[in-house]
Design a protein around this ligand. Structure first.
Ligand code: NAD
Length: 284
């Protein structure tokens, strides 16, 4: 039976460290602060931003919510970002997705100062990660959390065969770079990848971020492998499940993240920690 990778417990540890770092900064008159731009009335986005605000407050981090109606223009949002870039009391900026169709998110994110880019989506930071640039820079929070939890559980990465299913800029692509930078051999899979199951069965580490409920079963993974389930899917009965069929996969895997309680809590904890990273780097 697999070890359950307890994302909630590890997120708590990260939060404790973040709180200590915030307290240390506060003693020096510095209060880390993030600004979140929220457009429209998407109910899930409102819940996510509320959670971010609540968590930030609990850790002593300022969180300014900037709400815009759905008809806001690209120019207005760009101007807001430029204003936040100049505001020395703001250390981290993020734009909550999804955005209305008339807004080009990539263009918007390109305007966020790379030094305040808490999501790590600015092309400068994406390029730094891709090139394994020395020094520090923000990285997309979910992949960073995955790497941290793999290290926390002492999963060897150098020389490991890793299969990532899902190639989004949010999860799969940055995770690929992080793992390559640690000398893993990474196979990226998408909808047109042939023989997916054969690939999964050879992998030491499987990461699934596709958004398909209980899709990968225990029959499709290698005995003793480490399974990281990124998916968050709500079933008709309201239950939250991952992309992996937890019940069968845990019989075969060596270690596995549950949903909920796996990758999800890490993403939020890393976002708060990365806000503090940015604050420290800006004051170095
Ligand atoms: P996305 O829709 O941007 O990307 C999904 C990827 O999965 C695509 O690259 C697509 O090619 C691939 N895919 C879909 N069906 C496939 C198939 N049949 N075979 C192979 N590849 C397939 O999604 P995303 O934003 O990366 O999110 C993926 C999932 O992870 C969602 O369930 C999302 O809710 C969840 N998520 C969770 C967290 C977290 O903190 N736990 C963070 C981000 C995303």
């Amino acid at each position: 039976m697999a070890t359950i990778i307890d994302g909630r417990a590890y997120a708590k540890e990260i939060n404790q460290q973040t709180k200590q770092r915030v307290d240390w900064l506060k003693q020096r008159g510095i209060v880390p602060k993030m600004a979140v731009i929220l457009v429209g009335d998407d109910p899930a986005s409102k819940i996510y931003t509320r959670t971010k605000q609540k968590k930030a407050k609990a850790l002593g981090i300022g969180c300014q919510l900037l709400r815009y109606p759905v008809e806001v223009t690209q120019e207005e949002l760009t101007a807001e970002i430029e204003r936040l870039n100049k505001d020395q009391t703001v250390n981290a900026i993020m734009v909550q997705e999804p955005l209305p169709e008339h807004i080009d998110n990539m263009a918007l994110v390109s305007h966020i100062s790379p030094e305040k880019d808490v999501d790590g989506f600015n092309p400068v930071n994406v390029g730094r990660l891709y090139n394994n640039f020395p020094g520090h820079y923000p990285v997309s929070c979910t992949p960073r959390g995955i790497l941290m939890v793999l290290d926390h559980y002492h999963v060897p990465l150098a020389g490991a065969d890793v299969v990532i299913v899902g190639r989004s800029i949010l999860v799969g692509r940055p995770l690929q770079s992080l793992l390559i930078n640690r000398d893993a051999t990474v196979t990226m899979c998408g909808r047109k990848t042939p023989n997916l199951v054969n690939r999964l069965r050879q992998a030491d580490i499987v990461v699934v971020a596709a958004g398909k409920p209980r899709w990968i079963t225990g029959n499709e993974i290698k005995k003793g492998s480490v399974v990281i389930d990124v998916g968050i899917n709500r079933l008709a009965d309201g239950k939250l499940v991952g992309d992996v069929d937890f019940a069968s996969a845990r019989q075969v895997a060596g270690a596995i993240t549950p949903v909920p309680g796996g990758v999800g809590p890490l993403t939020v904890a890393v976002m708060e920690a990365q806000t503090v990273d940015l604050t420290e780097w800006q004051h170095e």
